[in-house]
Design a protein around this ligand. Structure first.
Ligand SMILES: Nc1ncnc2c1ncn2[C@@H]1O[C@H](COP(=O)(O)OP(=O)(O)OP(=O)(O)O)[C@@H](O)[C@H]1O
Length: 249
């Protein structure tokens, strides 16, 4: 039996009331499978962040639905406060800014994500230390965020997102503040996490330089899915797709 996708977004519409109605998303559907690294591209204002907010159960859609692990969890008017557990256990978030707690060192920042989930401090710190080692940050484990470079801080943020081993990771422009070498390192890290842990990972990115590391990209314009590519090697965007046309490689 084939497993359901880790994430399914079906016909997502999101309208914001901003003087007039802003159609931030206008009927977007896609699926993300275990072990898959998906890029979400598109110009500024095309709806990429809105799509991640909806997929991450931080905003309900105006129409459409979201499925996590095959289970319908969000729809118009859904009680997202009641989904805190689903978010905490099943979704790891990485944002453009690492947002580390300044008075906690790298290990403590990562361990906190586990302690919130009732893991005792000792095991939480040991697990955090192991993750930091795996991300090449063993020598920075005791450093406060202010002593870390931008790339190191972002890797700590990735470790935090991985701490409770979520099957789904959503990242909104995690490389925007990094130079191209460090940006590529972060995407390469996601590639490894998708391959080794089987997480499904969706990354909003403007940066075409690491596209070869993705399995697939989708492109948004004015809140609509306008393109998709498979097997990036020679990136060819097929334009004019309708909803649901975008399938897994
Ligand atoms: N809370 C909000 N209230 C009103 N309008 C919003 C809100 N959030 C987003 N929008 C609008 O929805 C549209 C899509 O915004 P979104 O942030 O999703 O785009 P984006 O593709 O992520 O842009 P960028 O690449 O600049 O971050 C834009 O027109 C934006 O101004």
């Amino acid at each position: 039996m084939t497993r359901p996708p880790v994430l399914g977004v079906d016909g997502a519409v999101k309208h914001y009331d901003g003087g007039g109605v802003v159609r931030a998303l206008d009927g977007v559907s896609f699926e993300l499978h275990a072990g898959e690294l998906l890029g979400i591209m598109g110009p500024s204002g095309s709806g990429k962040s809105t799509l991640l907010l909806i997929a991450g159960l931080l905003e309900p859609p105006t129409a459409g639905e979201v499925r996590i692990g095959g289970q319908r969890v969000s729809w118009p008017g859904a009680d997202l406060d009641g989904l805190r557990e689903v978010r905490r256990r099943r979704i790891g978030f990485v944002f453009q800014k690492p947002n580390l707690i300044p008075f906690l060192n790298a290990t403590e920042n990562v361990a906190l994500a586990l302690e919130i989930d009732d893991v005792p401090p000792g095991p939480a710190r040991r697990h955090a230390g192991g993750l930091l080692r795996a991300l090449g940050l063993a020598h920075r484990a005791s450093s406060l965020p202010a002593r870390l470079s931008g790339g190191e801080q972002q890797r700590v943020a990735v470790a935090r997102a991985l701490a409770n081993d979520p099957p789904l990771i959503l990242a909104d422009e995690p490389t925007a503040a990094l130079d191209s070498v460090r940006g590529r390192q972060v995407i390469a890290l996601f590639r490894r996490i998708a391959d080794e842990r089987g997480a499904g990972i969706a990354v909003v990115t403007h940066d075409p330089r690491a596209l070869d590391l993705f399995d697939r990209t989708i492109e948004l314009s004015d809140g609509k899915l306008v393109g998709a590519s498979t097997g990036i090697g020679g990136l060819v965007l097929q334009r004019g797709l309708s909803e649901g046309d975008v399938e897994r490689r």
